[in-house]
Design a protein around this ligand. Structure first.
Ligand code: NDP
Length: 452
């Protein structure tokens, strides 16, 4: 049977674009459909604009520090509109880069929504049909709003990059990556930020000591964090503000409410179940270790599979898919020991097991130190950092490394190499400290603070 293409990719985000490009470079005939903007969540409404906002939000702190270091300095007003327009120009540029990557590699693109018609056929929103030997689902995810009265009054991370003005006050709901990052960003930009999280501590699943310190620092920086608190209902007042009734018995007014309550895989109305593509409870596409779905010609990568929802992981999954399907080299995706960073202020960088998780796997030693870093201490800031290693008492391998510090995202990338290589505590000890730095503590902790 002859097909229009060897591969049809649905979704022009990081994972889909990478898979399309690499397959096309290997000689495959490839097409890709994207209904929105090229670059997907990471480039258009996630990592990239978020990081630009992190940078923008840090300047008031730098100016305060500059004064403490003897500079005459004063920060003026922040112009959200000037910043926003520059940010969107940059996102337009990046969209162009993504389009060029596809065009330069002879990937045919369709600016259209695609859904599946059968195991080898895609139907585009203009009604045309395209056939392909393999179909790759890379549609990503979408922010989820909780099911509460008035939920339509709030925004999500999709809209936060497009706000007309910065609100005077904002309530952020959630305690995950997005909620905590935006609480810090908006607080830094001068918004009066309140955060409600339903659980006992933000950043569930991460090392308890590390998330405790992030939580403490966020509050010290002025974020009004309420744990064990959820929204019951929301109403719009005549003056435009939003009245929020919460589980802690309060009713408060906010100019804006943002939901950061998780993301749902983009699998609705795709024709997947009619074809027998199995979905999980959240609507995620179920795949095996080679990203193959229950229909052999259909594969899925990235957030639509809800495995580890991070850009570099989607890219890896895309590369492994091409290696498996087009290069005859079955390559499972390695999801073990993925370093990650949460761009709060201070940042958290983490790789491997938390202390709580490691404790359940066998005897461990915990090495940790928390201190005031030189730069911030001199500037009179109360900020503390944390360096922590979890070590297996039997094999001596470092099972987890957790850093809460300015720049922790940069630090954990490098620590991640050692941990991924299976470094032992003694390997860390043998490494000479770089002095004076914060991270030197990671190789100078001699005695465990506890064993478990
Ligand atoms: P997360 O799943 O990380 O967090 C969702 C948060 O919302 C949790 O605190 C959850 O609480 C809470 N929540 C869920 N449902 C409700 C509800 N009905 N009412 C109240 N609270 C609720 O999702 P995010 O949206 O923060 O981020 C999505 C993913 O994007 C992340 O998991 C991550 O993989 C990725 N990401 C990565 C970033 C990075 O690498 N720096 C940055 C941003 C996103 P509970 O804990 O109780 O379940």
């Amino acid at each position: 049977m002859s097909f229009d293409y060897d591969l049809f990719v649905i979704g022009g985000g990081s994972g889909g674009v990478r898979a399309a490009r690499v397959a096309a470079q290997g000689g495959a005939r490839v097409a890709l459909a994207e209904e929105d903007r090229y670059g997907g969540t990471c480039v258009q409404r996630g990592c990239v604009p978020k990081k630009l906002m992190v940078f923008a939000s840090e300047y008031p702190g730098y100016v305060e520090d500059a004064k403490a270091y003897g500079w005459e300095a004063q920060i003026g007003e922040f112009s959200w509109s000037a910043f926003k327009s520059k940010m969107h120009t940059e996102l337009d540029r990046l969209e162009g880069v993504y389009r060029n990557i596809l065009g330069n590699n002879d990937v045919e693109t369709f600016d259209a929504r695609a859904r599946l018609a059968d195991a080898h056929t895609v139907e585009l929103s203009d009604g045309s049909r395209k056939t392909a030997k393999h179909i790759l689902l890379a549609m990503g995810g979408w922010p989820m709003r909780p099911d509460i009265p008035g939920a339509e009054l709030g925004i999500t991370s999709n809209e936060v990059f497009h706000m007309d003005d910065l609100p005077g006050s904002m309530l952020i709901l959630g305690g995950g990556y997005i909620a905590c990052e935006f609480a810090c960003i908006l607080n830094g930009m001068g918004v009066n930020v309140t955060q409600y999280y339903r659980g006992a501590q933000i950043l569930r699943g991460f090392d308890e000591e590390a998330r405790g310190l992030v939580s403490e620092e966020m509050q010290q920086n002025g974020i009004d964090l309420h744990l064990g608190t959820n929204i019951l209902e929301m109403h719009k007042e005549d003056d435009g503000r939003i009245r929020v009734k919460a589980t802690n018995g309060t009713e408060r007014h906010f100019d804006q409410v943002m939901f950061a309550t998780g993301r749902t895989p983009n699998t609705a109305d795709m024709g997947l179940q009619d074809l027998g593509v199995e979905l999980g409870r959240k609507g995620e596409v179920l795949v095996d270790e080679y990203s193959q779905t229950s229909v052999p010609s259909i594969y899925a990568i990235g957030d639509v599979t809800d495995r580890v929802n991070l850009t570099p992981v989607a890219i890896r999954e895309g590369m492994a898919f091409v290696e498996t399907v087009f290069n005859g080299n079955p390559t499972p995706v390695d999801h073990d020991l993925i370093p990650t960073a949460i761009f709060t202020q201070p940042e958290m960088g983490t790789v491997g097991m938390s202390e709580e998780e490691a404790r359940d796997h066998g005897p461990i030693e915990v090495y940790a130190t928390s201190f005031k870093p030189m730069r911030e201490a001199f500037a009179g800031r109360a900020q503390r950092v944390l360096m922590k290693l979890i070590v297996c008492a039997d094999t001596r391998r470092v099972l987890g490394c957790h850093i809460v510090a300015p720049g922790a995202g940069e630090m954990i990338q490098l620590a991640g190499i050692a941990v991924k290589m299976g470094a032992t505590k003694e390997d860390f000890d043998r490494t000479v400290a770089v002095h004076p730095t914060m991270t030197e503590e990671i190789v100078t902790m001699r005695e465990p603070v506890r064993t478990a």
